[in-house]
Design a protein around this ligand. Sequence first.
Ligand SMILES: [Zn+2]
Ligand SMILES: [Zn+2]
Length: 348
Amino acid sequence: MIRNGNYYEYTGCIHIHTTYSDGTKSVEEAAQIASSVNLDYILITDHMTVKARKEGKEGYYDGTLVLIGYEHNDTEDCNHYLLFGTGDVLPSDMRPKEYVAEGKRQGALGIIAHPDEIRPRLGKYPSYPWLAWNAEGFDAIEIWNQMSEWMESLKPYNKIKMVFSPRKFLQSPSKRILGKWDELNKKKKIAAVGAVDVHGFPYRIGPIRITIFPYKVQFQSLRTHLLIPEKLSTDIAVAQKQIYDAIRDARAFVSNCRWGDASGFEFEARRGSDSVVSGGTLESCEGARITVKTPGRGNIRLVMDGLVQAETYGDFLEYVPGQNGLYRVEVFKKHKGWIFSNHIRIGV
Ligand SMILES: [Zn+2]
Ligand SMILES: [Zn+2]
């Protein structure tokens, strides 16, 4: 945790599988690895089970807060959805529209998982895209899922390279999904998170057996940084609400830690005595000013309604917005995605 403007910034990883489903580490092992790389929190999401939570595994492990939701899928194994805070696993025969609505009714946090998988559904590595865009009541979407980006770029000719240096292949969230996310936000606030989707699968190439994406490697890639007004409580129920509310409210930015620790990144819009960060709203662009600070140099782009409004190379950008719209920031290092903010809404 660090101080970030008027907030405390907590950095963690979202979408983690354990031995409660098809992951290869236990909750305790995953927590210990997360703590060893200084993550403030991790969100565990095994397939169709909250057994770990029922067994009382939520809590602080060496300074890392572990919270447990689960990953719901439909009867066709599509439309994966992360749910946090439901009483139990929802019925497995529900349609996506129904489990999204029911999660909302129960006050749970709902995140659409890896919506952007477009490789074929059949074959050795089937895709699990989100198709049910008519569902209503989800809070957030994964704009960047490490596992799915890797799978999407896996080709027979690059397989060996990709297995041995998996993080090298992370480019950035796709234009398609960023466009979709911008579009969704015109109707209502939908937050963006990054997801590691870690399993730690063993993988075989001829005689060699290696683990692609070990937990430790994953925890040093796609991170979601949350801005919380007060320090996280030691009371788990309170801390849980603080984390889930920060995601719901989009007080968050996503980073790929491989290109540098993004802690301390600031994206702020001010107007008179009003000052807001990602997730916030300013009444109008009149008299407003936007500032961006990055904890290292990069190519900073300020995007409004999908269009680049200002761009610079450095660690600071200041901009006077001439029109109302949904503003967000993308930072690249050597053409690779480093930091992606959530939106600040100005006059909309
Ligand atoms: Zn999934
Ligand atoms: Zn998953």
